[in-house]
Design a protein around this ligand. Structure first.
Ligand code: CA
Ligand code: CA
Ligand code: CU
Length: 278
């Protein structure tokens, strides 16, 4: 080895270093692609387990609700930390926090955020709920334009991955269970997962006291306040598939009214029957 060669090696290293620096700057190479936002797509499963409950001269239609994330991205909601009282749809809650939707890319990096209303501590369920998750109504004549027979306050919900709606084990490995807790700081619904509230749960009901026998529609509108982005624009397909209904016949031949489901809105995959296997 001569001294001259040593200098050459150092010079080469310096040159390589300079090239690496140049390559990492935006001037020398095309800009990296922008982060690809993967949006959730929440849909309501067909309302299931319809049943009439008689309670102290009042009649209630009870039903099971299931939310499913059909989108390419997780529905992820983070709480705001600060807790204060709030009123939501006319109901007062002692503990509320600001909720923010986090939209992720394929690496799980947050690439976009969106205001998602508030989360609050739900005293009847004893855990934290997101607000404005769905609106339930009973209509006659037509599920969209028909007169409203009954409606409740907008439903609130804790999101947890409960039911996997895919078919194969490979699908389940690719979209594993991710969200486990009903706390106020962090909730969600992973790709391919659903979350259901059984009809026996408080508030899974609409009043039908004295409703005449006949045909009616039980309608579920997911995300009625658009708390969650389900695509890049307001007309993305994920934003337009949030309405589901079942048509039921109410009979009053015996001592107690009974319901029979006779039709339903179009549905795909697990949306059609996931609630039937709680
Ligand atoms: Ca939405
Ligand atoms: Ca949707
Ligand atoms: Cu709850």
């Amino acid at each position: 080895m001569t001294r001259k060669t040593g200098i050459t090696v150092i010079s080469l290293l310096a040159l390589v270093f300079t090239l690496v620096l140049a390559g990492s700057s935006s001037a020398g190479k095309p800009a990296p692609p922008p982060p690809q936002a993967l949006y959730p797509d929440v849909v309501e499963a067909l309302p299931d387990h319809l049943q009439i409950q008689n309670d102290h001269q009042r009649e209630w239609l009870r039903f099971t609700t299931t939310h499913i994330n059909f989108g390419p991205g997780n529905l992820q909601i983070r709480g705001g930390g600060q807790i204060a009282p709030c009123d939501i749809d006319g109901i007062h809650y002692d503990q509320c926090t600001v909720a923010t939707q986090e939209i992720l890319d394929a690496n799980g990096t947050v690439v976009q955020t969106h205001p998602a209303g508030v989360a609050f501590f739900h005293p009847e369920h004893n855990h934290w709920h997101q607000s404005g998750v769905a609106a339930f109504k009973i209509k006659s004549g037509n599920p969209v334009s028909g007169p409203e027979v009954a409606s409740g306050v907008k439903i609130t919900f804790c999101f947890v991955d409960v039911v996997f709606t895919g078919v194969t084990g490979t699908e389940k490995k690719q979209t594993p269970r991710t969200y486990f807790e009903c706390n106020g700081d962090f909730q969600g619904l992973a790709v391919g997962w659903g979350d259901s509230y059984h009809q026996s749960t408080p508030l899974q009901e609409l009043e039908v006291t004295g409703l005449p026998a006949g045909d009616y529609y039980l309608t579920h509108q997911a995300d009625p306040d658009n708390h969650w982005l389900e695509g890049p624009t307001s007309t993305s397909p994920g934003e337009l598939n949030n309405f589901a209904w079942v048509k039921f016949h109410l009979s009053r031949t015996g001592a107690n009214p009974e319901v029979t489901v006779v039709d339903h809105s179009p549905c795909t995959g697990a949306q059609c029957d996931v609630g039937a296997n709680p």
